[in-house]
Design a protein around this ligand. Structure first.
Ligand SMILES: [Zn+2]
Length: 432
């Protein structure tokens, strides 16, 4: 199917810098086949008028748990350990497999409507999530959450994860990482085994690291090292690693992350809301760490909206560092796009608008109050936009949302199922 987005403003990389200019974008099949130059023999089935429109590479949510979307606003104002072990874990224990399917679809709806085209998901319900991704048309990296203590190649979850990965290969929008949950739920030998198997299978690792003060204190008490050193010693960083959070990190930890080329996903809303603080993003960037951006699950964020996250990311660091130069709108936009693509091993395929890359794009309205006047649009994306400006979304060359109507997901059905599920799980607000 051929699509032209005609004469729109678009964010394109020029010599490594994102630059906004007026362009026409030609899409054929799943790829961008031309920018301004119409390829020979190109035939358009669909023409999108670019007047008052801004085209951006789809945002990449590099750390979330989509199935948890039904747990939005049900465990708030709690300490991290109480949130996780006293509230979230008991709800997880009651979930039916199909609940994860509807939860993931709800999360994906929210992401599509706010311009995200790919997400990196860690969870326990792979089949339900891969089914939801196949239907929604989104691009996703799926990571089976793994917890354990011993070096055991017969570990049930590990082998389930390997089977699930084989199963998911039939969809080219799906990719897979191993997801050992965190140092406080995975023993050193178990982590070493995950790293060994990941290396053998050519997979990366997606892990939570150094999220809370309690985690770091317990690690020092029990193992006399930081969570980053613990993961290093277990061989985790010998495979491409995406480390979510990295809030409580020392200067030595940052050096390890940079040396081992670990990509760090910062999750500002979740970290702040759980009272965990914030990752030293400017310091990590200065050390050469590939920093990307995630929402984390809706149980802790409580949103899947990457525009909100971009705003927090910039404001938190400008405020706490007491200098507005420590992170720019350009840097934030890269963190939310190409850096996420690189972390997921897809830097050559997605994350920017370039000929030959996959057509994963979000089209925003500029004729709305939040984007008016159209002065510095990169600043507008970072500081003014809320996500509601996203009008249409194309993923893998397919129009997934047009004029805010998501074509691949039955929204009403998702809302119905989520409401019923929340009643059953006792999460629905009793006052309604
Ligand atoms: Zn998480």
């Amino acid at each position: 199917m051929g699509i032209i987005i005609k004469d729109a403003l678009a964010v394109l990389p020029v010599n490594g810098e994102d630059v906004i200019g007026k362009h026409s974008i030609y899409i054929d099949g799943d790829k961008i086949v031309g920018i301004d130059n119409e390829p020979e023999g190109f035939k358009a089935d669909t023409t999108i008028d670019g007047k008052d429109r801004l085209v951006i590479p789809g945002l990449i949510n590099a750390h979330t748990h989509t199935y948890m979307s039904m747990m939005r606003n049900c465990a708030d104002d709690l300490s991290f350990m109480d949130w996780l072990f006293k509230t979230i874990d008991p709800i997880e224990g009651q979930l039916r497999d199909e609940d994860a399917y509807w939860g993931s679809l709800l999360g994906q709806l929210e992401m599509i409507k706010s311009g995200t085209t790919m997400f990196n998901d860690q969870q326990m319900h792979i089949h339900q999530t891969t089914k939801a991704v196949m239907e929604s048309g989104m691009r996703a990296s799926i990571c089976r959450g793994l917890v354990g203590g011993e070096y055991d190649r017969n570990d049930v979850r590990l082998n389930q994860a390997l089977e699930e990965i084989e199963d998911g290969k039939k969809c080219d929008r799906l990719s897979f990482f191993f997801g050992p949950h965190a140092p406080y739920t995975c023993g050193p030998e178990y982590l070493r085994m995950c790293a060994d198997v990941a290396k053998e299978k050519g997979l990366g690792i997606h892990i939570h690291l150094s999220e809370s003060v309690t985690e770091s204190e317990n690690m020092m008490k029990d193992h006399n090292c930081t969570p980053i050193e613990y993961a290093l010693n277990a061989g985790v960083f010998d495979v491409p690693t995406i480390a979510a959070h990295c809030v409580q990190v020392t200067p030595d930890d940052i050096k390890i992350l940079a040396d081992k080329k670990v990509s760090v996903v910062t999750n500002p809303a979740s970290n702040m809301k759980l009272g965990n603080g914030f990752a030293p993003v400017p310091e990590m960037m200065a050390a050469g760490v590939n920093v990307c951006l995630g929402t984390d699950g809706a149980a802790s964020n409580n949103s899947q909206n990457m525009f909100r996250e971009m705003g927090y990311l910039s404001l938190i660091h400008k405020g706490t560092h007491k200098t507005p130069q420590c992170i720019s709108a350009k840097e934030v936009f890269k963190i939310a796009t190409i850096n996420g693509a690189k972390a997921l091993g897809k830097g050559d395929e997605i994350g920017s608008i370039e000929v030959g890359k996959k057509a994963d794009l979000a089209i925003l309205r500029l004729d709305v109050p939040s984007m008016m006047p159209n002065n510095n649009l990169l600043a507008a994306l970072c500081y003014s936009a809320s996500g509601s400006e996203v009008d249409s979304v194309i993923i893998n060359g397919q129009i997934i949302m047009e004029k805010r109507e998501v074509k691949t997901i039955d929204e009403e059905r998702v809302y119905f199922e989520i409401r019923e599920m929340c009643k059953r799980l006792g999460l629905a607000d009793k006052t309604y």
